[in-house]
Write a protein that binds this ligand. Sequence first.
Ligand code: BGC
Length: 765
Amino acid sequence: MNKLCFLSLVIGLVSQSAWAENATTGVGTPSTLQAKNAFIANLMKQMTLDEKIGQLRLISIGPEMPKPEILKEITAGRIGGTFNSVVLPDNRAMQDAAGHSRNKIPMFFAYDVVHGQRTVFPISLGLASTWDMNAITRTGRVSAIEAAADGVDMTFAPMVDITRDARWGRSSEGFGEDTYLVSRISATMTRAFQGTSMQAPNSIMAVVKHFALYGAVEGGRDYNTVDMSPVRMQQDYLPPYRASIDAGAGGVMIALNSINGVPSTSNAWLLQDVLRRDWGFKGVTVSDHGAIKELIDHGVAKDFREAAKLAIKAGVDLSMNDKAYGEELPDLVKSGEVSVKEVDNAVREVLGAKWEMGLFANPYLRIGAAVDDPADRNAENRLHRAEARDVARKSVVLLKNQNDTLPLKKQGTIAVIGPLAKSSMDMMGSWSAAGLARQTVNAYDGIAAAVGDKAKLVYALGSNITDNQHAITYLNKMDDQIAIDPRPEQEMIDEAVKAAQQADVVVAVVGESRNMSHEAASRVDLVIPGRQRDLIRALKATGKPLVLVLMNGRPLALGEENELADAMVESWFLGTEGGNALADVLFGDYNPSGKLPMTFPRSVGQVPAYYNHLNTGRPYRPNDSNYTSNYFEEPTSPLFPFGYGLSYTQFSVSDITLSINKMTRKDKLTASVMVKNTGKVAGETVVQLYLRDVAASISRPVKELKNFQKVMLKSGEEKSVSFTLTEEDLKFFNPSLKYAAEAGEFKLMIGLDSENVKETTFNLL
Ligand code: BGC
């Protein structure tokens, strides 16, 4: 079969003839770099300047431009790609329009597929709580398969911004505070999205974001300034982006924040020196939403024209939802202020990305033929419920379980109470892509399904999520509204108390609405909002065993709740199968194994709170705290440390055995412990290895995660868990930004969270 025949078959019934000339490789034909470069060079020779600039425009489907105009613009060769359309006929119509453009350059379609497409998986912070790379892989793969089936070629994910400040609403979107854990997940998620080949019909291109340091915005206030030392950047904040790039990410999204005074969008050091020169990145860079024009507000561009000029010169290839390139580049090139070469560099990357996504070979690779469109794009059989349930239950972190309150028995009367108990919308979490609330199992329904007719459920709302009118007005401007029951709060609390009094146990589902943990949703406080805390106090006063199920997208300050609750479960926002997964945990059909990927502070005043801090000259000592680095109103330690999470069984960790305690730079050192399940049921835990460089040329953290292993043990079972370290694991950025290991003593710690560890030492010679 010749190539053209093959292509027509693949493309099916749609617009074959419009596309045939651009056929270069059949689907599955390996793309060589040479072929790619030659093809793109040749294509660029045929493009006018306007057509080149058109390729740099990434249009948001929605308010940015009416649909008919989009089609017209595409046909005129003035749009490179769009995002936010997941409707096959719509994407097909746009691709058809591109087929009628002069150069027939295919469009690409992007979307924020962050934690699922139609099947919503737990929010990223929940995924990180699994510490399970197989679960992350499954999440990324299913997301890619579902997104590709919706005609999506590219996702704006993974989001790997390290954050140490829970006030930041986008904490929910990232994988937490730790460089090592986030980097591992970053690489894993990237590979999962992109599959074995980005040119496969069920792979999507990963665009890692937000480059760079977005999670370090001052005060946790979104979009705020970032000011950071070069050592901290290199050591703690940049590695997760690099991990995604090293794993092959096709794209990088540029952050909205400035870094040491220079906005990322106009930051040539960041986009050229770090990204391309030092890291060898070969893919496409994408601005964030409207970021080019924001250079004016940043105060580095006096007008639109200057903003466009700064961005293209810095290395921003695609301009997202921003007219700056389209309107300003033609004249900037004409006047000689921007060279054709600078435009060409960006165009080459955009075309390169299209090649990598397999779109020149087959523009309809992911759109398919109209005859194959699903009759109902929300059909149940397009979901992956089993996968979502499994990952969701792995994301749950058991924070407290006094007197074995959990697991619950499927008997008697259970009061399910709280403003989040029946909220399917909130269960999806923010950035829920094409997920639907009506296909999502809320906590109440999950519990009801689990008990069937074995137990009786009583329900009460208990309180609104918040009674803060300022917050309600603000949050209601976002996508979905906060549901407010107009009854007096006390009446709702009284009703909940009555329900609790009839029950044997109370399960209160409390926390934040999903739009409280979102973009542009920073908080000044970390307590459970509104009258929910009064509700919890009132429920406690009934004397019934109280189980708190928390739904939230950031660490909360839970000091009082930890005192009041008999058991406490952190469930984040668990996604489509959330209620079922939660019920699996509550009733012991699944033994919780999640571990916190972020420190839970006692109070908002403790933030930034992170376990891998420096020691200072006057470290905090719990029993002798005068004139030490601490807060005086309460212990300075966290409420729940990084890496923490309980199980329905118990584990013991033996002392550490080292294969050698003097290590040359060529040696491998093996550290081993025996881990035993000392409890009555089988369970999984995460064995964590931390290191500290005791005396170095620069102050080094009190501990840093260097590896971990998730182990499953039957009751009474014991296993040896070993980690191998090389010189690489001991390296850090010294004051001259040289990445090297220094000879001397190291503390090596192994434990089941970052605080309770066994400790030994070794020396690097
Ligand atoms: C966000 C990005 C997102 C983009 C497109 C922006 O507001 O910062 O994370 O990818 O919108 O939806």
